[in-house]
Design a binder for this molecule. Structure first.
Ligand code: AMP
Ligand code: ZN
Length: 468
C-alpha cells in the first residue's frame, strides 16, 4: 500500500520498520474543554487508518497522547479556582465518553504529559549535553540553529522564518525561533522539580518523550491535523533526532481541516460545534460516513446539508442490511448462487484503501455493491443463504470493521417490549426526583444516556414525554 508522506511530499510504498508490527502516534487533545467536530474528524480518520492497517493483518500499536498540562488548562483552572488536574480529569473523562459515542476504537496507550515528566527531563538533559538546549534563568530553550535539518518537514527555511519572526521585548531567547523545552514555574501554575529549578514542560517536548517511550526512537506513522506540521511536528523532529541521531518517524500523515464556510473550525474563532452536540442530532455512523466520503488530507466544509445527505446515504446502507438479514432468515442453505463474485468487491475496496487510505473510493465500492445486489434481488428469485452471508461478511469486515458505518438494526419487538417501557418510566421517575433534589448533572446524565439509546426526553408542563 502507499501513503502520502509530508516529509518527502510524495506517495510512498508503506514499509514498516519492523513488520508485521506498526507503531502509530497521533497528537491527541488538550483536555481543557469538550472537543469539537473538527477535532473529531482527525480522531475518526486516525481510527479508520488504524482499523485498516489491522484489517491488512498488521500488528498495530496505536498511541494517542493527552496534553494535560498547558496554558489553556491552567487558565480555565484559575477561572474556576480549582487545580489544573481537576480540569484535565474532567475533560479527559469527557473525551473518552465522546470517542466511544463516535465508535472510535480505544488506543493501546493514552499517555499523559504529567505522567512522563521523568522522560521529558531526560530528553532535555540530553539536548543540553549535546549543546542544543540552553538555560536562561530556569527557562530552557531549543536552539534551532543547532539542528541543521530544521525545516525539513514543513519546507520552511530558517532565513525566511527569521525575516518574518516577531522579536519580543524582554525575550530570554537567543533567537526568536528558539522554542521552550522547560518553562520556569509561575504563580498559580502546576510545577515539577528539575535540574533548572521548578517548572513545567513545553508542549513539543511532551510528544517527543511520549512517542519515543512507547514506540521507540524510530517508528512508523506519526499523524495529526494539518495545523501541527509547523511548528509542533517540526520541533518534535528537531528534539527527537537531536537526541537519537536517527530518523524519528518514517511516514508523517496530516489530516485536512474541517472547515465552516472555508474557514478552519476552531475554538478561538468560535465557529465550532462540539462533537457531543452533533452526536445528539446525528448518529455516529452518519458522522463517520460523512468523514469517510472525503479524503483524509483534503479540506472538508461542514454543514447541516452535508450531514443530512450523509444520513440519507446511511439509510440506504441500513435498509440494505435489513433486507439482506430478512432474506437470509428465509433462505435455504443449498439454494442457488447468482452470477456475482464477492471477491471483486474486496479487491476494489482494498485497492481504494491501499491508495493512501482513499476512503471516498472505498465508500463508492460499498454503494456499488448495494446497487448491483439490489438489481439481483429485483429478479425475484430465492437465493441460497451463502449468497446473503457473503454480502453480510463483506459489509461487516469492510464497512463496519474498517469504516464503522453499519448501524445495529433495532428490531420492532425489542423497542416495543413492555419491560423496556416499564424500565423507561422508572428512569424518568428517577430523573424527575433527581431534578427535584437539584442533582442536575445526574439528571442530565440520564437524559444523555437515554438519547444515546435512541430515546429523547421532552419536558412539558404535564411531565416528561419519551420519544423514540
Ligand atoms: P487540539 O486539542 O487543538 O490540540 O487538537 C487535537 C487534534 O485535532 C489535533 O490533531 C489538531 O490538529 C486537530 N484539529 C484541530 N482543529 C481541526 C479542524 N478544524 N479540522 C481537523 N482537525 C483539527
Ligand atoms: Zn503532539
Amino acid at each position: 500500500m502507499e501513503i502520502y508522506n509530508t516529509l518527502t511530499k510524495k506517495k510512498e510504498e508503506f514499509k514498516p520498520v519492523n513488520p508485521p508490527n506498526v507503531g502509530i502516534y497521533v497528537c491527541g487533545p488538550t483536555v481543557y474543554d469538550f472537543f469539537h467536530i473538527g477535532n473529531a474528524r482527525s480522531f475518526v480518520m486516525a481510527d479508520i487508518m488504524q482499523r485498516y492497517l489491522r484489517y491488512k493483518g498488521y500488528k498495530v500499536k496505536f498511541v494517542m497522547n493527552l496534553t494535560d498540562v498547558d496554558d489553556k488548562i491552567i487558565k480555565k483552572a484559575n477561572e474556576e479556582d480549582v487545580e489544573a488536574s481537576v480540569i484535565a480529569e474532567r475533560f479527559t473523562n469527557a473525551f473518552f465518553e465522546d470517542i466511544e459515542k463516535l465508535k472510535i476504537k480505544k488506543a493501546d496507550v493514552y499517555p499523559k504529559a504529567t505522567g512522563h515528566i521523568k522522560e521529558i527531563l531526560e530528553l532535555i538533559k540530553k539536548l543540553e549535553i549535546n549543546g542544543i538546549a540552553y538555560n536562561t534563568g530556569g527557562d530552557v530553550f531549543y536552539d534551532v540553529h543547532k539542528f541543521k535539518e530544521y525545516g525539513k518537514l514543513s519546507g520552511k527555511k530558517l532565513d525566511d522564518l527569521e525575516a518574518g519572526a516577531r522579536v519580543e521585548v524582554n525575550d530570554k531567547k537567543h533567537n526568536p525561533l528558539d522554542f521552550a523545552l522547560w518553562k520556569s514555574a509561575k504563580e498559580g501554575e502546576p510545577h515539577w522539580s528539575s535540574p533548572w529549578g521548578e517548572g513545567r514542560p513545553g508542549w513539543h517536548i511532551e510528544c517527543s518523550a511520549m512517542s519515543m517511550k512507547h514506540l521507540g526512537e524510530t517508528f512508523d506513522i506519526h499523524a495529526g491535523g494539518h495545523d501541527l506540521i509547523f511548528p509542533h511536528h517540526e520541533n518534535e523532529i528537531a528534539q527527537s533526532e537531536g537526541v537519537s541521531h536517527k530518523p524519528f518517524v518514517k511516514y508523517w500523515v496530516h489530516f485536512g481541516f474541517l472547515n465552516i464556510k472555508n474557514e478552519k473550525m476552531s475554538k478561538s474563532l468560535g465557529n465550532f460545534f462540539t462533537a457531543r452536540d452533533v452526536i445528539k442530532r446525528f448518529s455516529a455512523e452518519t458522522i463517520r460516513l460523512l468523514f469517510s466520503q472525503a479524503h483524509y488530507a483534503s479540506p472538508l466544509n461542514f454543514s447541516d446539508e452535508l450531514l443530512t445527505s450523509a444520513q440519507k446515504g446511511l439509510e440506504k446502507i441500513t435498509n440494505f442490511v435489513q433486507t439482506i438479514n430478512n432474506k437470509l432468515d428465509k433462505a435455504e442453505p443449498d439454494g442457488n448462487y447468482p452470477e456475482f463474485i464477492i471477491q471483486t468487491y474486496y479487491d476494489k475496496f482494498e485497492q481504494a484503501m491501499d491508495d493512501d487510505f482513499n476512503s471516498p473510493k472505498a465508500v463508492a465500492v460499498i454503494f456499488d455493491l448495494i446497487k448491483n445486489v439490489n438489481k439481483i434481488l429485483s429478479e425475484d428469485e430465492q437465493w441460497g443463504s451463502n449468497f446473503y452471508e457473503d454480502i453480510l461478511d463483506f459489509l461487516n469486515s469492510t464497512a463496519e470493521a474498517v469504516l464503522g458505518i453499519i448501524q445495529e438494526p433495532v428490531s420492532a419487538s425489542e423497542s416495543t417490549n413492555e419491560t423496556v417501557d416499564k424500565l423507561l418510566d422508572l428512569l424518568v421517575q428517577i430523573r424527575t426526583k433527581a431534578k427535584k433534589e437539584k442533582l442536575y448533572e445526574f439528571a442530565d446524565q440520564i437524559r444523555e444516556k437515554l438519547s444515546e439509546l435512541g430515546f429523547t426526553l421532552v419536558d412539558t408542563k404535564d411531565g416528561t414525554e419519551i420519544k423514540k
